[in-house]
Unconditional design. Structure first.
Length: 454
């Protein structure tokens, strides 16, 4: 008679296989999230129950998936309608040709535009707006790349940002329970990014021998005009007369999110329904907007449903519990209580060499299960796992860094060398702020949580 396989060993092999396939690009994240757990679930002897496990996992991520799908559609509609264009022009007009104002404007506008949670869109808008100014003044484009990455990575903490959605789904937590306690630390981190922008601008002002008022007061009209939509098809989508309506709707959405007046999927779906109806009342225009952004929505929905199936099998088959038990046997109790800050620090190197999918769906669930035995809630581990995102933004596994460097005409390695120290600094500042504000607990109670108790 063949002895049953050790579920901890099977679970470890499953995660290693999954991460290897993702990192080496042998399979897409979606395909690996589905195929790998099914194969190893059968190996572990859980074959008859795999369907129920997968459905259970999918149901747990359904609210987050629903919210994220409509968040993608809502912010896409706001982008199409031109909500951020007046803000871009205003910031450009204020920064002039003073390097300090330009660097501060870069950071500030990055934060504003990044509210949609899409790094690629942010890179296109920010680089398109500011690169002509940087070139005209003679500023180092690596500053633009650094501030773009830092600002965007912190703004990705928003509930509809990819990392937050993944972290919440990985531990089966409510996305608001992950985001709201981290909000004070996020704000402090953003202030620190503005401080770095001030330092960089001051340094560039000295290098270029410019005085604060030695250049023209406003940015060159040619640079502003270069940012205006010249494509007739692009201009036809804009709704400049509805700017104030769209701005108030977006502010109301963010206010509702922070206040918790209603569940986030309800807020996001309602805001989307209002936004697309007011901006594009004709059915033909609405269908065009749906079609234009359907790929992004489909990718998000399928990815998170696949992730739900993965974690459903990981937990339902007992592999997560077995791996946590194995980890408990080698982690001293006094060290295990500090798994939350340890996770935050470890997230920097791990997310640099791993994709978000491999990290959040392969590593974080096991850490969360282990941490629960030391009295640390899963949503606390999810928050801690997000704090390495500024370093992750420099990962060679990310497409946006190649896009940004290509548009800026700089080398990826040069960007990484220039920005890494600032990214690590922001991670540490945000971690300290999270510890002080309670977003991430310094130590667990040492008593297993009820749901995690044997």
């Amino acid at each position: 008679m063949i002895a049953p396989l050790n579920p901890a060993l099977v679970g470890t092999l499953m995660i290693v296989t999954f991460m290897t396939l993702i990192i080496t690009k042998r399979m897409s994240a979606i395909a690996a999230l589905i195929a790998v757990p099914i194969v190893f679930g059968i190996i572990a002897g859980a074959g008859p129950g795999l369907g129920a496990m997968m459905i259970d996992g999918v149901l747990k991520v359904a609210p987050t998936t629903l919210m994220l799908a409509f968040a993608v559609l809502y912010f896409a509609v706001m982008m199409d309608a031109g909500l951020f264009e007046p803000l871009v022009r205003r910031v450009l007009a204020l920064v002039g040709t003073d390097p300090m104002r330009i660097s501060l404007g870069t950071a500030l506008l990055t934060m504003i535009v990044s509210i949609d949670g899409d790094g690629t869109t942010t890179a296109l808008i920010i680089i398109g707006a500011f690169l002509p100014v940087y070139r005209r003044v003679g500023m180092n484009p690596l500053i633009l790349a650094t501030l773009l990455g830092l600002g965007n990575s912190l703004m990705n903490f928003v509930p509809w940002g990819g990392p937050s959605a993944r972290a919440a789904s990985a531990v089966h937590a409510e996305v608001l329970s992950v985001f709201l306690p981290l909000l004070p630390a996020m704000i402090i981190g953003l202030i620190a990014v503005l401080g770095i922008a001030w330092l960089m601008g001051r340094s560039e002002r000295a290098r270029l021998a410019l005085t604060p008022f030695g250049a023209t007061a406003g940015v060159m009209q040619a640079d502003i005009a270069a940012h205006e939509p010249s494509d007739p098809e692009l201009a036809a989508k804009r709704r400049p007369k509805l700017f104030w309506f769209n701005l108030l709707l977006t502010l109301a959405l963010v206010g509702g999110l922070i206040s918790g007046i209603a569940p986030l999927p309800v807020l996001m779906m309602g805001a989307f329904a209002i936004g697309i109806t007011v901006n594009y009342p004709r059915m033909k225009d609405q269908r065009e907007r749906f079609a234009a952004h359907s790929d992004n929505v489909a990718n998000v929905v399928v990815l998170l449903f696949a992730a739900g199936a993965f974690t459903g099998i990981l937990n339902g088959s007992g592999m997560a519990d077995a791996m946590a038990t194995a980890a408990l046997s080698v982690i001293p109790h006094d060290v295990g209580r500090y798994l939350a800050p340890i996770t935050a620090i470890a997230s920097m190197p791990l997310t640099f060499v791993m994709s978000n999918d491999a990290y959040y769906f392969g590593v974080v669930p096991v850490i969360a299960r282990t941490a629960a035995e030391f009295g640390i809630a899963p949503d606390a581990i999810a928050r801690a796992s997000l704090l390495g995102q500024p370093v992750h933004s420099l990962s060679p596994l990310l497409a946006p860094i190649y896009l940004a460097c290509g548009l800026l005409g700089v080398d990826v390695a040069d960007t990484q060398r220039f920005a890494l120290k600032w990214a690590v600094g922001i991670c540490l500042v945000t971690l300290l702020a999270a510890l002080l504000t309670g977003g991430v607990p310094l130590a667990g109670t040492g008593v297993p949580l009820p749901a995690a108790a044997p």
